[in-house]
Design a protein around this ligand. Structure first.
Ligand code: ADP
Ligand code: MG
Length: 702
């Protein structure tokens, strides 16, 4: 193979196939990790380290440590206890430790012999005051052959099926060798003054350090991700991420928008005057911000954050009304059919009486119905179309789109938002965009994740809401809870019973919900117990929701499909099973389904015993506060950002090394540097982005 010939050593920009030990199969596996070129290996960064640079005397080992030690085998034996295991005791003069294997082969058993020296690596535990390692990594050390210890801390990489740590260490090693030779292959893209802030490390030096930290490096800071070499890379990654959002914004605003003028002000006033309530101060403020944006000939890009029940829908509807009166169409996209139905229902109630057509477009609609909606969209007639992802499918053509509203933004990825935007765009202009989220993301995090958007916050709930009283109960108290449902429903109120994921399986969840509905229907025979879940046909879902809204169903058993958007004011009791399995923000969203009317509402969080300490803290947090932002902060502290954002759903690119929470303090400097680069070195921007991000967005178009 040519890759082994001298003079043909790989360059950083070569495909990984040029490296030793990478054939088509390994190459494909590397691609799963986003690694195509040799250089990409350098950006596949370790997420932790182990210290195999020193041997620890057995007598100094402590339970809980993970350590490297070495000793002479004193005893090898198979024990037949509760579980068969192979045990091997080694000692080094300072103490003895047992290596225990529950899975072992005959060969392994035969290879461990009394008197030989083995070196082993693993986590230490103590059983009956004796030290033990279960399934350690180990190798035989020949007495006269002195195998050297590792010279650097050992990196631990994230893996994919069929790629071992060993293989990745080897490949990153080759990539680092390539880097030493091919210095020109990795250009420095940060301005000088930035690298001085991180110990004057060049990109190459930082990468080398992070992949192979010297044995005296500060292991604690490396494990925390706060070492200057790591922070140098974190900064560059956050910068690339931030620049990509800035370009996204630039691209969205590359075309003009039709300004939505003041001519509709009278109609808006009239509409608001006819509502059965007055807008809260926060709603008025946010509406004013939106109207100001839309009056410009530049497309609005605004994110509205507001806690569950803060009244985002009516704000969006009022903005829509203004756009329609200026002669344009409006699309409202929701992440689920139930939520789309709900919006369709509400908006119809508001708009039909004033002669504005309201259309619905979802994936499960009948052909003829869909064709009719498509034809009407094509006719350029001002109207509102409410829908799901179906809105940006191929056959849909908007002819006169003035405003796109996206509800529950965190469920859509950046690329989906772009797709809808492209749909609405005409040759020379672009619709305004309004994005709504009930996920209360703390401000610094929001500014990082949504650097392409302006942010408004509805930080006030409509008046007269009674706080929801939350209780945390063990599953053993189920009977009492069922009693309570009985009482509440007998008073003419309604209740939800939410079944959460048992295993990571929709089928199992569904089955659990069916079983519970059956069980509750038997126990509460005077009540009407309904069931709703994600696998139901839309018509069936709609029928159940109609029955619940009309009060024909007293107790609604649901899978987590009701998480977003169900609005039934008469429901005042919410039971959530296996609450300990859910993130706090998700619990908060679910809880927000009650407390929508004027009566006092309750939420019962049922948990399975035994409850871990962390889970207890989290559930108590739910009892203490009803403030979505405070809850999100706790979630961040206790579980990290993936929990509140939903890792897979955010459209936030996977990060190599940065952590939006840990590294939030860098954001102001990242923004400044981004301004500087955009102004002084615009040619670096795409290079930085493509080095760190592998998104589907075509930034070349910008
Ligand atoms: P969310 O922000 O969670 O989407 P919704 O828009 O669904 O909240 O509003 C929740 C409920 O509060 C709806 O029934 C809505 O009609 C009502 N509502 C909205 N604004 C007000 C207000 N200013 N005063 C009283 N009720 C309001
Ligand atoms: Mg809503």
């Amino acid at each position: 193979m040519d890759k082994l010939k001298t003079g043909q050593l790989p360059a950083l920009s070569d495909p990984t196939g040029k490296l030793k030990g990478v054939g088509p199969r390994i190459g494909e596996r590397l691609q799963h990790l986003g690694i195509r070129q040799v250089q990409d290996l350098l950006f596949h960064l370790p997420h932790r380290y182990i210290d195999r640079t020193r041997l620890i005397p057995i007598g100094a080992l402590r339970s809980g440590d993970t350590a490297l030690c070495q000793g002479t085998v004193e005893l090898v034996q198979v024990l037949f206890g509760r579980r068969r295991s192979l045990v091997c005791r080694i000692s080094d003069g300072t103490g003895a430790i047992t290596l225990r294997f529950f899975h072992f082969s005959r060969a392994q058993q035969a290879n461990l012999r009394q008197g030989m020296t083995v070196r082993c690596w693993g986590q230490i535990r103590t059983i009956n005051h004796a030290l033990e390692m279960v399934h350690p990594e180990y190798s035989r050390v020949d007495a006269d052959e002195d195998i050297t210890l590792e010279q650097t801390l050992t990196p631990v990489y994230s893996l994919t099926q069929g790629l071992s740590q060993f293989k990745l260490r080897n490949l990153t090693g080759q990539a680092l060798e390539t880097l030493s030779r091919d210095k020109a292959g990795l250009t420095e893209l940060l301005p000088d003054r930035v690298s001085t802030q991180f110990g004057r490390l060049s990109l190459g030096q930082a990468l080398r350090f992070v992949h192979r930290p010297p044995r005296d490096a500060d292991l604690d800071s490396l494990m925390d991700g706060t070492h200057p070499a790591q922070q140098r890379l974190v900064f560059e990654e956050l910068l690339a991420h931030h620049l990509s959002l800035r370009l996204l914004r630039k691209r969205a605003q590359a075309r003009a928008a039709f300004p939505v003028g003041k001519d509709a002000d009278g109609r808006v006033k009239e509409f608001l005057g006819n509502l059965p309530f007055e807008l809260t101060g926060a709603q008025q403020r946010v509406l004013a911000e939106i109207r100001k944006d839309m009056a410009h000939p530049l497309p609005m890009l605004r994110l509205v954050q507001g806690d569950v029940g803060s009244g985002k829908t009516v704000v969006a509807a009022t903005a829509a009304l203004q756009v329609i009166h200026s002669g344009f169409q409006v699309a409202l996209m929701a992440p689920t059919e139930i939520l789309a139905d709900q919006h369709f229902f509400n908006i119809k109630q508001w708009f039909l009486p004033i002669g504005i057509p309201v259309l619905l477009l979802t994936g499960k609609q009948a052909r003829a119905e869909k064709d009719d909606v498509l034809a009407r969209l094509n006719s350029a007639q001002p109207s509102v179309v409410v829908g799901t992802h179906a809105l940006f499918q191929e056959q849909v053509a908007f002819s006169n789109m003035g405003l796109i509203i996206i509800d529950e933004q965190h469920r859509f990825g950046v690329d989906q938002r772009l797709a809808l935007l492209e749909k609405g765009a005409a040759e020379t202009r672009q619709p305004h965009q309004l994005i709504m989220t009930a996920t209360p993301i703390p401000r610094t995090l929001a500014m990082t994740l949504f650097a392409d958007l302006d942010i408004s916050v509805i930080d006030q709930l409509p008046p007269g809401r009674r706080p929801i009283k939350t209780t945390v109960l063990s599953n053993e108290k189920r009977e009492e809870v069922i009693e309570r449902i009985h009482d509440v429903c007998k008073q003419g109120r309604q209740a939800y019973w939410v079944c959460t994921l048992i295993e990571n399986s929709e089928t199992l969840q569904l089955q659990a919900a069916e079983d519970i509905q059956e069980h509750l229907a038997r126990q509460l025979s005077e009540l009407n117990v309904g069931l709703i879940h994600g696998r139901m046909k839309s018509a069936a879902k709609e029928a159940i929701m109609d029955d619940f809204k009309a009060g024909r169903i007293d107790l609604l058993v649901a899978t987590t499909v009701i998480e977003v958007g169900v609005d039934v004011a008469n429901a005042s009791l919410m039971i959530i099973e296996n609450a300990e399995r859910l993130g706090l923000s998700q619990l908060h969203q679910l809880r927000g389904r009650v407390g929508r009317g004027s009566q006092a509402s309750d939420c019962v969080l049922l948990y399975q015993t035994p409850l871990s300490g962390n889970a207890r803290v989290r559930l108590n947090r739910m009892r203490e506060t009803g403030d979505g932002f405070a809850i999100a902060e706790s979630d961040l502290e206790l579980r990290g950002p993936g929990e509140i954002l939903g890792k897979k759903q955010t459209g936030v690119p996977e990060l190599h090394i940065a952590d939006f929470v840990r590294d939030a303090h860098l954001i102001p400097r990242v923004r400044q540097t981004a301004d500087h680069i955009l102004e002084q070195y615009p040619q670096q921007v795409n290079k930085l982005i493509s080095r760190w991000l592998s998104t589907k967005i075509d930034f070349g178009k910008v």
